[in-house]
Design a protein around this ligand. Structure first.
Ligand code: PEP
Length: 250
């Protein structure tokens, strides 16, 4: 059975002191847990802190966003090369909180995905539907468009070695996680969608579930065939809770 992957998304939380403590607590609790891959995605100003505390440890780390452009007059943006400079290995792309608050289009997200891949970063592509879209029964259509925009632009091979995270928007930060069956059904849909273009890329693809995962519901979610791990927001801010999720994945 392939190893599961659990990714902490700290969002815009923390400071130098609290991050230091949280990373040390992660290391204390997770260093001996060698049956699961763990990643933490920190806010940009703390990349150097993650580099100095986590490099050489069992915990990989990365960023929560990157620019769709390589270099130039893009005030406030951070390029893939800059993430490379610090030794980041993962980057979250297209998180719905960004897509909503900063109007990121599927086309921009596709360009960011390409930036990550072409700079040796592992993209964690977030896809998912709103509650209205789920209630209207169009959730697969919505997710298909998010995936297809990338395939149509760059080909399905680009998903080789990448990570997709299914994050129903109605489940993020609400305490209302998708049921294991709801998540499994969408994960299978995503894998089949990519497999219809490239079987190898689809079978090696890690598809995470994100949205109100906690140590209790993680056990059932991670048992599902196409759920390869989780993207964890709120629970990742407590080392104890995060350890519980990682243990459920191990
Ligand atoms: C997320 O932000 O990716 C997320 C899944 O958040 P939460 O776990 O808090 O729902």
């Amino acid at each position: 059975m392939p190893r599961k992957l659990v990714v902490a998304n700290w969002k815009m939380h923390g400071n130098l002191i609290s991050n230091h403590q949280l990373m040390i607590d992660y290391l204390d609790r997770l260093s001996a847990l060698n049956t699961v891959d763990v990643v933490v995605c920190v806010p940009y100003p703390y990349l150097a802190q993650a580099q100095s505390l986590l490099n050489g440890s069992v915990i990989a780390w990365g960023a929560q966003n990157l620019s769709k452009d390589s270099v130039g007059a893009f005030t406030g943006e951070v390029s893939a090369n800059m993430l490379n400079d610090f030794g980041a290995t993962y980057v979250i792309i297209g998180h719905s909180e960004r897509a909503t608050a900063y109007c990121e289009s599927d086309e921009n997200i596709a360009a960011k995905f390409m930036q990550a891949k072409s700079h040796g970063l592992t993209p964690i592509l977030c896809v998912g539907e709103t509650l209205i879209e789920r209630e209207a029964g169009v959730m697969e259509m919505v997710v298909a468009k998010q995936i297809d925009t990338i395939i149509n632009r760059y080909g399905a091979e680009i998903f080789s070695g990448a990570v997709v995270s299914y994050e129903p928007i109605w489940a993020i930060g609400t305490g209302l996680a998708a049921t294991p069956d709801q998540a499994q059904s969408m994960h299978e849909f995503i894998r089949n969608r990519i497999a219809s273009h490239n079987k190898e890329a689809a079978s090696a693809l890690k598809i995470l579930y994100g949205g109100s995962v906690n140590p209790q519901n993680a056990v059932q979610l991670f048992r599902m065939q196409d759920i390869d791990g989780g993207l964890i927001g709120k629970c990742s801010l407590s080392a104890q809770e995060f350890e519980g999720v990682c243990r459920a994945a191990s």
